[in-house]
Design a binder for this molecule. Structure first.
Ligand code: FAD
Ligand code: NDP
Ligand code: HEM
Ligand code: CU
Ligand code: FE
Length: 555
């Protein structure tokens, strides 16, 4: 895919159609640019300037989208707002005009938003009479040829398979900016080697093609960028065209994101097709752990009593077994967040340099820690909720009543086990603290909050507090387990209690972290992470550390 994109980029002029170059492929005849004067230079001088003042002009636009059908008739700028502000009501001398080809859902939303953002809009339809009533009255709906004659920026809001039906317009379109907003379906995306935008560029080699807006749905365009993603990735081979469209994106209330040349269009077109990238492996991991632990707990808590004691404990399946499974998944996932950091440190210490690449699996693992961590938090939060539900269950009430009856029959009055009381108090408190710490990590992973922290603050929360959460969870699990691991009656079918299985990885991580905090390791690790190499080119000493360098380098 990389090679393909590269080839596509090389095959195309990087900075706009050059006058000496005739269209190599594409639609019908286009006039010889060297004879007729190249229209793109016109745009270069006036058009850009016109658009660059757009943002400034915006506030002077009294353009109000009105009368249409359904959702469309909500003006994006209320008349009240416009009228009450005299400077807003001032009529501008010239309103930048934008063309739209196509009269479908996307075209309608786009027209409405463009009008609300201070542009004048002319829509090109194959059948303007039939479609005009669907558009705000301020939009001019006409035939395709007429619509593309005056605007310098034209949005192509038709599907890829109909691009070639626009070929008759290539004379009028020459030198203008064409914005490709199309979204391929998954099949289309896999079926075509070149992106839709590159295909459009090959049909109209005299135009400047810009890929934009494909990630924005018609609905978001209409309702405005109040919620959801505001970013609009943009790419084009012509920097000036890209700049002009970026300014329009900005004026419409979205955030343009420069994605480089048109060779990136394939990547941009793939964006709306992705479903939560980066979550697949962590989610499968969490599901796999859940299934394994659930099966294990089922055998211990339900199957064993049924087979060996003839007791029916199937009622435990919905709450009790789930609440033994979820915390184990949360705990193991949490330890898997901090394990790769330890492995990376061990690898750096062994190699004596940080300039060797980590193996792919470790690299991948390091990059997925956020998702693994958030899934751990999710399971831990569910575990807490399930735990609060334990005493609400009817089975729990019956057990209490039965116990009380047994006490009465046995003529015992005071039931109190000091050790059990303390165990429970302590492990519950530690669990709450662990969850509280984890929620800090979860909150800071929200982009808006992460942006307000500097790197040191973020890494303090993520690295240090995250480790504290791991330690607290371990203490919670250990105090919950107490002496159970050593009592034979807790081994069902010779299977040890579930919590003992989960302790392995976290304890290894905690011990290794502790080990790396020892001065001999931590100094060497710090040096390596600042670029020092065991027997390599970069040699230096840490400030005020001259005497130790020789010693620690031998570790
Ligand atoms: C609920 C939750 C939410 C999470 N959200 C996020 C998130 O939003 N974003 C995210 O990235 N992770 C997130 N994580 C994952 C995890 O918290 C972080 O990856 C965390 O930074 C891992 O810490 P670490 O100490 O294991 O490793 P690291 O912080 O990678 O490194 C270990 C130590 O080495 C040091 N170090 C590492 N690399 C270098 C270097 N090149 N030069 C010098 N020193 C170095 C660090 O300062 C640190 O002391 C989340 C986890 C959880 C549980
Ligand atoms: N809907 C959405 O949310 C989004 C859509 N897009 C993209 O916008 C483009 C348009 O989508 P959308 O508006 O939903 O689609 P529609 O089917 O609603 O509209 C397509 C329009 O294309 C015009 N058209 C031009 N030539 C032809 C032709 N030969 N055959 C058929 N129609 C033609 C038609 O207008 P007329 O009859 O007036 O000529 C028609 O209204 C697509 O590329 C899509 O991927 C991108 C992001 C989001
Ligand atoms: C509000 C927070 C929490 C509460 C109230 C809580 C409560 C409990 C309770 C009641 C149990 C015993 C379950 C049973 O009887 O089957 C338990 C066990 C356990 N908890 Fe928590 N917990 C909390 C947070 C956490 C967190 C954050 C973790 C780790 C990420 C965690 C990991 C565990 C583990 C591993 C067990 C042992 C499961 C088993 O083997 O049965 N808990 N917790
Ligand atoms: Cu991946
Ligand atoms: Fe495609």
């Amino acid at each position: 895919m990389q090679a393909e994109g590269e080839a596509a980029r090389l095959a195309k002029p990087l900075a706009g159609p050059s006058p000496s170059e005739k269209p190599m492929s594409g639609c019908a005849q286009v006039g010889d640019p060297s004879e007729e004067g190249w229209p793109s230079s016109q745009w270069g001088c006036q058009g850009i300037g016109e658009l660059q003042t757009l943002t400034g002009q915006m506030s002077h636009q009294p353009v109000v989208a009105t009368k249409t059908s359904g959702d469309m008739d909500k003006p994006l700028i209320s008349r009240h707002l416009v009228d009450s502000n005299s400077s807003l009501a001032e009529a501008p001398s010239e309103v930048p005009k934008v063309g739209i080809l196509g009269s479908g859902d996307f075209a309608r939303s786009l027209a409405t938003r463009l009008l609300g953002s201070g542009f004048s809009v002319v829509v090109g339809s194959r059948n303007p009479k039939r479609t005009a009533w669907l558009f705000p009255s301020a939009a001019h709906v006409t035939f395709q040829v007429e619509a593309v004659s005056s605007p310098e920026v034209i949005f192509v809001a038709v599907f890829r398979e109909h691009y070639s039906s626009l070929c008759g317009l290539s004379d009028q379109l020459a030198g203008k900016i064409l914005v490709d907003v199309s979204n391929p379906t998954e099949q289309e995306h896999l079926g075509h080697r070149e992106s839709n935008a590159e295909y459009l560029a090959s049909l109209f080699p005299t135009c400047m093609v810009v890929k934009a807006f494909n990630v924005i749905s018609a609905w978001t365009l209409l309702s405005g960028p109040r919620d959801g993603n505001r970013q609009v990735p943009i790419c084009s081979d012509q920097p000036e065209a890209k700049r002009a469209v970026s300014e329009m994106v900005h004026a419409m209330g979205f955030t343009p994101v420069d994605m480089g040349t048109l060779a990136s269009a394939r990547e941009v077109e793939a964006m709306p097709l992705r479903l939560l990238p980066g979550w697949k492996v962590p989610t499968l991991l969490a599901l796999g752990l859940f299934i394994c632990f659930y099966a294990y707990n089922f055998i211990r808590d339900v199957l064993q009593p049924y087979m060996q004691e003839g007791k029916n404990k199937f009622y435990k399946l919905p709450v009790s077994v789930v609440n033994t499974t979820l915390p184990c998944v949360a705990y193991v996932l949490l330890s898997l967040v901090y394990l790769p950091g330890v492995l990376a440190a061990a690898l750096q210490l062994r190699r004596g340099t940080k300039y060797h690449r980590f193996p792919d699996w470790l690299d991948h693992w390091l990059q997925h820690r956020k998702q693994i961590g958030l899934l751990s938090f999710f399971c831990a939060a569910l575990h807490a909720l399930y735990s609060f539900c334990l005493p609400l269950r009817r089975s729990h009430r019956y057990e209490l009543v039965n116990l009380a009856t047994e006490q009465v029959l046995a003529n015992k009055s005071h039931l109190w086990d000091e050790e059990e009381v303390w165990r429970m108090e302590i492990y519950l408190s530690l669990g709450v603290l662990a969850l509280g710490t984890l929620s800090l990590l979860a909150v800071t992973s929200l982009p808006s909050i992460a942006n307000s922290l500097n790197w040191r603050e973020f890494s303090f929360v993520q690295s240090t507090l995250g480790f504290v959460a791991l330690v607290l969870s371990t203490l919670h699990t250990l105090t919950y387990g107490w002496t159970r691991a050593f009592k034979e009656r807790h081994y069902k079918f010779y299977l040890p209690p579930t919590f003992t299985l989960t302790l392995l990885v976290p304890c290894v991580v905690i011990l290794a972290k502790g080990l790396f905090l020892l001065p001999c390791f931590s100094r060497r690790l710090t040096k390596i992470r600042r670029g020092w190499e065991k027997d390599g080119a970069v040699k230096f000493t840490l400030p005020a550390d001259h005497t130790l360098v020789e010693k620690t380098s031998l570790v």
